[in-house]
Design a protein around this ligand. Structure first.
Ligand SMILES: NC(=O)c1ccc[n+]([C@@H]2O[C@H](COP(=O)([O-])OP(=O)(O)OC[C@H]3O[C@@H](n4cnc5c(N)ncnc54)[C@H](O)[C@@H]3O)[C@@H](O)[C@H]2O)c1
Length: 320
């Protein structure tokens, strides 16, 4: 942290380490890119925001890694909503569906340990769709009512583990996080939201599915077809109106001009490249990057409220 030849710290370790590393880096005057979710608790996230705001006074920048914002089709969705092409927003449907632990013999890993991960599907993947829904709509969630569920609460300990996959060894460990999270949401601007995050959607590998319906149009996206955005323009002539399939590979589309000719698709990794380009460009220009730690705290508050709602069977308000 104190080395002069380190200018930026990229925190890509489990959630229980984020706050300590980020605060130490910011206090040492290093720019920080911190993986999502920002922290494991609201309190940790609040202390990270305080450190980020203090460091920003000296031009030290921070960003949280909600990478999917940088998928061109998602950035285009945000642009269309901001241009008013959907009118007043009524519905937000957001799902993040995976299936990597539907097998009860899939072994334990840090993602299934609350002390390391903070929560399960909720914070790991639900955090992404909460951020995307708030990013695309330009609105924020004001209230939630949720339900968390752990379908398999004991699993083999791993003999080997890499990324999301592992090999079962001997002995078992207790799963202390949710396998799935669902919640209803009321946006401050009036839209209704339905959210789902699960690691038990058999056959769905990384399906980030978003559909937004407004008074004059709709958008639909699925990460498993990440170069496509579906747009319904309600002002079209009724005879020919319908969802149009936009192949988001034109130079006019966000981020695409730096890549291939139209129709030459990009992939998962490109969003990480876009994230770094945006971060270093902002650092060079002296701008505060987004999503900020404050944006990460906003998502953390929604995660905590969903958990409390599930525990107490009640609607929970989200602090601004
Ligand atoms: N932005 C995204 O789309 C995205 C995608 C995947 C993971 N993530 C996030 O990245 C982070 C890491 O996830 P992953 O899938 O890469 O996990 P991983 O298990 O593949 O890697 C974690 C790494 O952290 C290291 N580590 C563990 N404890 C540490 C400690 N105390 N100090 C320093 N290093 C430590 C491990 O050795 C390992 O190299 C998590 O916060 C996760 O949510 C974000």
């Amino acid at each position: 942290m104190r080395r002069d030849d380190v200018g930026l710290v990229d925190i890509c370790s489990p959630g229980d380490t984020h706050a300590e590393i980020a605060i130490a880096a910011l206090e040492a005057g290093k720019h920080v890119l911190c993986e999502k979710p920002l922290a494991n608790t609201v309190e940790e996230a609040e202390s990270m925001v305080r450190a980020a705001e203090e460091a920003a006074k000296d031009g030290v920048r921070s960003m949280v890694g909600f990478t999917y914002r940088r998928v061109p089709a998602i950035a285009l969705a945000r642009r269309l909503v901001a241009e008013g092409r959907l009118g007043t927003l009524h519905h937000v449907r957001a799902q993040y569906l995976q299936d990597w632990i539907v097998d009860p013999q899939a072994p334990m890993s840090w993602r299934l340990d609350k002390s390391k991960a903070g929560s399960g599907a909720l914070g790991d993947i639900g955090a992404h769709v909460i951020d995307l829904a708030q990013f695309i709509t330009g609105d924020s969630i004001g209230r939630v009512a949720g339900r968390l569920r752990t379908f398999v609460d004991e699993r083999p300990l791993p003999s080997a583990h890499s990324g999301l996959s592992g090999t079962a060894g001997s002995g078992t460990g207790k799963v202390t996080v949710d396998d799935a999270a669902t919640f209803l949401a009321e946006f401050r601007g009036g839209a209704l939201g339905v959210f789902e995050a699960t690691r038990f959607a058999s056959g769905r590998k990384n399906a980030i599915r978003l559909e937004i319906n407004g008074s004059s149009g709709s958008l639909a996206f699925d990460f498993e077809d990440m170069n496509l955005l579906h747009f319904f323009d309600g002002t079209d002539d009724a005879e020919t109106a319908g969802f149009r399939r936009i192949l988001v590979t034109e130079a006019q589309h966000p981020y695409v001009a730096a890549w291939w000719p139209p129709g030459h698709l990009i992939g998962y990794e490109h969003a990480f490249t876009h994230q770094v380009v945006d971060l270093v460009s902002d650092i060079a220009a002296g701008n505060d990057p987004t999503p900020s730690f404050a944006d990460g705290l906003g998502v953390q508050r929604v995660l905590a409220a969903v958990e409390t709602s599930s525990d107490t069977d009640s609607w929970q308000d989200i602090e601004r």
